[in-house]
Design a protein around this ligand. Structure first.
Ligand code: C5P
Length: 235
């Protein structure tokens, strides 16, 4: 069994740019002197069963990423492909570039979650082998409200029992054959989701949940980089 990993890294980072007055997409910003994308790549390259890592980036960044990958000694197992207009399309392009067996686990990880640990990655691989599909998530600690947006902000329409809620992180994944089916079906139905689980759910796949970590957060807004630096220095 070989494990395959997809790192979507073709976002343009508008939320980060809005506050920080910078146009650099967050996946290329540095954390401890190393680009965020490289931290994520290293985490997966350290897992012996991972045979391929496909990185999806914007076409004008393919050359730069390829040389960063070589510079950090990761070229052997890494393939760089062109991303798409949304995260789902970037992942779909990477799925199409995989050479995998039907039962091989395929994991998708946001390039902008550089603090993922080997233990969580391994638990996700184990859960995919056992159940067919899995995601990493955290139990909700805040009370969750459903709202309706209004001109002034929002009004509450329901309170959702938080013991029934988890907040999705990555990695997320499934056996290759299920991933192929989920992406094909979504494309045919013009369905666009924000994660892989939503595509798997809609074709009836049961997705199991693996416990995540608050450190595995998505670097999204100004201030997140400082928090990630702090966690990194804490080991
Ligand atoms: O924008 P969002 O927070 O959903 O981004 C999650 C991940 O998806 C990021 O690593 C980002 O680079 C990636 N992405 C992508 N292609 C896009 C948009 C986002 O690969 N068109």
């Amino acid at each position: 069994m070989r494990v395959h990993v997809i790192l979507p890294a073709a976002g343009i980072g508008t939320r980060m740019a809005a506050g920080a007055h910078t146009a650099a997409p967050k996946q290329f910003m540095e954390l401890g002197g190393v680009p965020i994308l490289i931290h994520s790549l290293r985490a997966y390259a350290a897992i012996p069963s991972v045979s391929t890592i496909v990185v999806a980036v914007r076409v004008n960044e393919m050359e730069r990423v390829q040389s960063q990958v070589s510079e950090h000694g990761l070229a052997g197992r890494v393939k760089v492909v062109e991303g798409g207009d949304n995260r789902q399309q970037s992942v779909a392009n990477a799925v199409a570039a995989l050479d995998a067996a039907p039962n091989d686990p395929v994991l998708v990880h946001d390039a902008v979650r550089p603090l993922i640990t080997p233990a969580i990655i391994q638990h996700t691989i184990d859960a995919i082998e056992k159940h067919g599909a899995a995601i990493v998530a955290l139990p909700a600690v805040d009370t969750i409200k459903q709202v309706e947006r209004t001109a002034d902000g929002a009004i509450i329409t329901a309170t959702i029992p938080r013991e029934r809620i988890v907040q999705a992180q990555t990695p997320q994944g499934a056996r290759f054959e299920l991933m192929q089916r989920a992406f094909k079906d979504a494309a045919e139905a013009d369905f666009v989701g924000t994660d892989e689980a939503s595509l798997l759910e809609r074709i009836g796949v049961e997705v199991s949940v693996v416990h995540g970590s608050p450190r595995n957060f998505k670097i999204t807004q100004p201030g997140d980089l400082e928090l990630a630096e702090f966690y990194l220095t804490q080991g």
